[in-house]
Design a binder for this molecule. Sequence first.
Ligand code: ATP
Ligand code: GAR
Ligand code: MG
Length: 388
Amino acid sequence: MKKILLLGSGELGKEFVISAQRKGQHIIACDSYAGAPAMQVADEFEIFDMLNGEELERVVKKHRPDIIVPEIEAIRTERLYDFEKEGIQVVPSARAVNFTMNRKAIRDLAAKELGLKTAKYFYAKTLEELKEAADKIGFPCVVKPLMSSSGKGQSLVKSADELEHAWEYGCSGSRGDIRELIIEEFIKFDSEITLLTVTQKNGPTLFCPPIGHVQKGGDYRESFQPAHIDPAHLKEAEEMAEKVTRALTGAGLWGVEFFLSHENGVYFSELSPRPHDTGMVTLAGTQNLNEFELHLRAVLGLPIPGIKQERIGASAVILSPIASQERPQYRGLEEVTKEEDTYLRIFGKPFTRVNRRMGVVLCYAPLNADLDALRDKAKRIAGKVEVY
Ligand SMILES: Nc1ncnc2c1ncn2[C@@H]1O[C@H](COP(=O)(O)OP(=O)(O)OP(=O)(O)O)[C@@H](O)[C@H]1O
Ligand SMILES: NCC(=O)N[C@@H]1O[C@H](COP(=O)([O-])[O-])[C@@H](O)[C@H]1O
Ligand SMILES: [Mg+2]
């Protein structure tokens, strides 16, 4: 049995804990608030600010875990190098977690060192620098904080007079104390995918069938598997995923994000060194092993005999329309449960924010079924669940 310290306890962590406990592991779930989803199913929990290095060290010293599994980006990741030196396994590696928490580190590694194709980009430390960069990139362009996730602080800028707002919005949506943004060329992609990639301690890098997804405001709304893409594009994406995960080092499951364009090919966007929100579609049984089980096996160095697509699947999110400190309630459970081949996962978050993701609807069908119809079904059913 291993002692696993989970840093971040959202919906993705909750599923990971369930997989880990089913294999007899002991989990301490951490987050900044009480009653977080993964804490509800873990063996122990700790509530503290994971961006605070001293606090992080205190918790690591207290529990002496064998393995640290980061579940979010907002962690004092520099400290992870020390823990790794002391012999604790950091997942997938301290380097991977440290590089991916800041868009600058991962983007420069991918574009400059590894030569992967990405959107053109610049960094800006002031509004003036942002304006100069926008001049070079043109409109529309995308502005994001260097440190954020789930679309926080992100804006699509259509003209120069929107830059000031994008600057303010980006700075306010930034985690931590740095005031620096990335400005990117807007890629007119035809589709986007997440390529779940598994790096192993003893074994080759494995790929899941590609997951297609749709985002709104930088946050995922629906995903489906398999995405039907050009085999040449898939091959290119797999090669890029292999390169970037090798450069970041370590064992685990990664969500590697790409934009696909018929005209311009494959662009690397970014990656998570952990299960991906769009990968929740694998909870519909689309594969023999879902993304959380794959992550766990890779982390523990257990064999993965192969990844097989068993059926097609679609996920659609349930967002909160309200902001409240009260425990949320849900209407429409009968509406969902009367549907065939459908699962509902309410994450159990103890309070709401506007547009906070509270649950997901998962639908599946045989491999030869119509994927578009399945996507519509998942969205229709998710629309029947009301958070209040
Ligand atoms: N340069 C771009 N051109 C076109 N669309 C973009 C660009 N950058 C981001 N987007 C859109 O915004 C979405 C979110 O962007 P990105 O993945 O960089 O943000 P994020 O906050 O890290 O999201 P998450 O943490 O949920 O993965 C992308 O999936 C894509 O739909
Ligand atoms: N795109 C990253 C992502 O989906 N992360 C997932 O969302 C949780 C935070 O949710 P919250 O903001 O509702 O607390 C995280 O803990 C993780 O499970
Ligand atoms: Mg993303």
